[in-house]
Design a binder for this molecule. Structure first.
Ligand code: AGP
Length: 603
């Protein structure tokens, strides 16, 4: 979604704003803009496309202003063009927005009827016009912000800059927002992600919904103040040190963040095992022992949902816990039966995905304990859940999630071992160690997978198939290929193919067939069905099965020994690299694929 950065302080705001936006660009890269105060006036510069377009525009004039707000956009309302880029401003105010104003069309109609003008087709500009109108009526910016915010509906975060002073204001409802202070340099910041403030603001503040934040410099001292919507002082904010680190922001020797993050997995797998089985994390998993819930309502989106489907297998197999795995955007608007003794489990890399957060609120409002499997410490999901299981994947920059999936599945496995009281069993640690070694081997053999990609990258359609726990892996493999290579790919339960999708099979359709040791014969016969219709088959399965070579056009053999439970994670790494190489051969933007964003903070 959109990235926001604001600065007020003694220095030129351009550098910290552009640096912050470059760190948030993975959230949305349709356009970028900045508002500065030059010669006492609000000056907006904005440009369609990636941040570098804005950077080169600013380089022509090298402006300097000690206060400013910046924005990178993921378009929701209004085409991708300069007019719809943020900030939106007029003579008195400038606004940047992340979220959706659901009642914007009605409000805009009323404001147009009152004679107000609009320069864009965005919903966001409605907030600017409301603010301007109320400020004229009340002559008090705080009151005007409060009224404008209470007039709009929808999950949104706003940062406001005014001509009259160098203060910055912010307010949000179910959207990420963080304020920052640097008491040493007397600088104040506002952003949509603490990641943008690393190295700038050691102190960060998370205001709650409906709390107006005001960042100001008073007599050279940087201050943060918070107000309720009735303008009384507010204490509804969380203050903490900014513990995040920047080491994830370099690609190292890799050409793409996605490739770097795939290669980080062997080390991360081992680190998580050491943390959870031998380290300070053990207590988090051990506390689950014998506390099996009656039912797990697992909800998530995208790749995290696929991880949930795999984890369900673990809770059923090792803990006899009944589970449902729900797509969050559907679950939140159904009337799910939520009973005492049941638990809501939310899986999210970012911890900011709007639909997943809404499901957490829903379960909480029905009195269910809420647990998270999350990557981002300090995210909204992490702050709102009763119990959090951090996946220790480090910052994931590539929009296509890779290492987070592996760590999410592993964390689910460790929870199942915790419930079963099996954490100390050597075979548990040994299996994870074996997984790390096998994934390392696959990464070292990446060129083998590139060979396969060379034969497949011009193909137009892909059907990924798997049985049992390999069905979610088929879904995940298809998603990765769609996300970064822009080809039509579907994941199916292999047994489901003959109930319809097999009609798609011809010599132009590629079947990526996943065959684990369990149900091998069943899966093989499904591949035979595809072969009978001349589909092109790339099979991934266990070593030592000649029939696999006979039935497939291309085959990637894996050693499944010592991996009775976690082999699906190993198979998925092959698919991660396959998608990467196909996308590379197709020349797409692998780290910032079109139309996507890393964390989806709108519904
Ligand atoms: C995965 O590659 C995608 N980026 C997307 O499907 C993602 O998994 C989904 O948006 C959920 O994000 P979350 O894990 O941050 O909640």
């Amino acid at each position: 979604m959109c990235g926001i950065v604001g600065y007020t302080g003694p220095k030129n705001s351009v550098q910290p704003i552009l640096e912050g936006l470059s760190r948030l660009e993975y959230r949305g890269y349709d356009s970028a803009g900045i508002c500065l105060k030059l010669n006492g006036k609000l000056d907006i510069v904005k440009k369609e496309g990636k941040l570098e377009n804005l950077r080169s525009l600013l380089a022509q004039s090298n402006p300097s202003s000690n206060v400013g707000i910046g924005h990178t956009r993921w378009a929701t309302h209004g085409a991708v063009n300069n007019d719809n880029a943020h900030p939106h401003g007029n003579e008195d105010f400038a606004v940047v927005h992340n979220g959706i104003i659901e009642n914007a069309p009605i409000l805009k109609k009323g404001l147009l009827a009152e004679g107000w003008n609009f320069k864009s087709q965005t919903d966001s500009e409605v907030f600017l016009v409301l603010l301007t109108k109320f400020a004229k009526e009340d002559g008090d910016i705080l009151k005007a912000i409060s009224r404008a915010f209470q007039t709009i509906q929808g999950n949104s975060a706003f940062v406001i800059m005014e001509k009259a002073t160098d203060r910055l204001f912010c307010v949000k409802r179910s959207a990420p927002l963080v304020c920052g202070l640097n008491p040493n340099t007397n600088e104040a910041f506002v952003s949509s992600d603490p990641f943008a403030l690393i190295g700038y603001a050691p102190e960060i503040y998370f205001p709650q919904d409906g709390v107006i934040g005001c960042a100001s410099i008073m007599n050279g001292i940087a201050k943060m103040a918070f107000y309720e919507l009735d303008l009384s002082p507010s204490s509804r904010y969380l203050a903490q040190k900014n513990a995040m680190s920047l080491d994830a922001t370099s690609k190292g020797q890799y050409e793409h963040f996605m490739l770097k993050e795939i290669h980080e997995q062997p080390g991360l797998i081992e680190k998580l095992a050491a943390f959870a089985i031998k380290g300070e994390g053990k207590k988090d998993f051990e506390q689950l022992r014998g506390k099996n819930p009656d039912f797990f309502h697992i909800t998530a989106c995208g790749t995290a949902w696929h991880a949930g489907l795999v984890i369900k297998n673990f809770f059923e197999k090792f803990n006899n816990i009944r589970c449902s795995v729900e797509i969050a955007s559907e679950f939140r608007y159904r009337s799910p039966i939520l009973k005492k003794g049941e638990v809501g489990l939310f899986i999210s890399q970012s911890g900011e995905t709007a639909d997943t957060l809404a499901c957490q609120e829903l379960c909480k409002s029905h009195g269910l304990p809420t647990y998270s499997i999350v990557n981002t410490r300090g995210s909204t999901l992490y702050r709102d859940c009763d119990l959090n299981f951090l996946i220790h994947a480090g910052q994931e920059i590539g929009v296509a999630s890779t290492k987070a999936f592996t760590q999410q599945v592993l964390t689910g496995y460790l929870m199942a071992m915790g419930y079963a009281g099996k954490l100390d069993q050597t075979e548990v640690y040994q299996e994870i160690k074996t997984l790390s070694d096998r994934v390392a081997t696959i990464c070292q053999e990446s060129s083998k997978i590139k060979e396969i990609a060379l034969k497949l990258y011009q193909k137009k359609g892909f059907i990924f198939t798997g049985r049992g726990v390999y069905f979610p892996i088929a879904l995940e493999g298809a998603l990765k290929l769609k996300e970064i290579a822009y080809v039509h790919a579907e994941g199916y339960a292999a047994g489901e193919l003959k109930h319809g999708p097999i009609a798609l099979i011809d010599d132009n359709m590629v079947n990526i067939a996943l065959l684990g040791p369990e149900l091998f014969e069943k899966a093989l016969s499904n591949v035979e069905e595809v072969k009978a219709r001349r589909g092109l088959i790339f099979a991934i399965g266990p070593k030592g099965h000649s029939e696999l070579h006979q039935v497939s056009d291309m085959c990637y053999e894996l050693d499944f020994s010592g991996l009775p439970t976690l082999a699906p994670v190993m198979v998925n790494v092959v698919l991660q690299l396959l998608s990467y190489h196909i996308a590379k051969l197709k020349g797409t933007d692998i780290d910032k694929p079109r139309n996507l964003a890393k964390s989806v903070t709108v519904e």
